[in-house]
Design a protein around this ligand. Sequence first.
Ligand SMILES: Nc1ncnc2c1ncn2[C@@H]1O[C@H](COP(=O)(O)OP(=O)(O)OP(=O)(O)O)[C@@H](O)[C@H]1O
Ligand SMILES: [Mg+2]
Length: 228
Amino acid sequence: MSIIQAENLRKVYGDGVPVEALRGVSLSVDEGEFVAIQGPSGSGKSTLLHLLGTLDTPTEGQLRLLDTDVRSLRGDALADFRREHIGFVFQMFYLIPEMTALENVMLPLLPYKRRAGFDVEERARQLLERVGLGERLDHLPGQLSGGEQQRVALARALVNRPTLLLADEPTGNLDSRAGEEVLSLIAEMRKEYGLTVVLVTHDDEVAAHADRIVRLRDGQVVEDNAAL
Ligand SMILES: Nc1ncnc2c1ncn2[C@@H]1O[C@H](COP(=O)(O)OP(=O)(O)OP(=O)(O)O)[C@@H](O)[C@H]1O
Ligand SMILES: [Mg+2]
């Protein structure tokens, strides 16, 4: 199944001096693929990831995710779609400092606990154990190392059993060893859960873990070694 079908995505920011962040990006990603997006600073990588995650809307172009035209989804329907199918990991972790690791992982599903169809707390515990933090469930983010915090963020991204994991420089704030651990976990999770992964990185060593590299420059795809 095709997970992402993007055609000619354009994104223009600002109404004063417009910035054309994406100038017609097309991209198809199949189920189970691990795609790295690379390119210089300002080339549009984060913008593309935001559009693919439906966190922002394109100025022009078509976007289908899991065969759904995301432009047909509005408001609650869009939020439901995102919660059901997409997980995010960011460079800055974005954990809630007053909440424990376990609470942070449960957070995306807290309002939907009854509807989830599974025990959210149990799943959050299992994921934290899976990322090696079974002994840290009650720790606050401030009591965890950067690598541990990112592993909590990864568990949080997976608590909704997403099809698509989007990661923007997930190792950008970590030393190489912690970064390698997070990356290995992403690769393992992808196999275990059949995840499709799109990961933005400027680091060639990180990109080497992917089975496909898409390079952006000035808002356009300049290289895509997709299997033909
Ligand atoms: N909210 C915004 N408003 C206006 N311009 C923006 C906004 N977000 C990004 N841009 C501009 O769009 C272009 C692409 O930005 P983007 O953040 O996608 O780049 P990037 O490839 O992720 O860069 P980096 O590697 O530094 O994270 C840049 O010129 C940036 O200044
Ligand atoms: Mg960026």
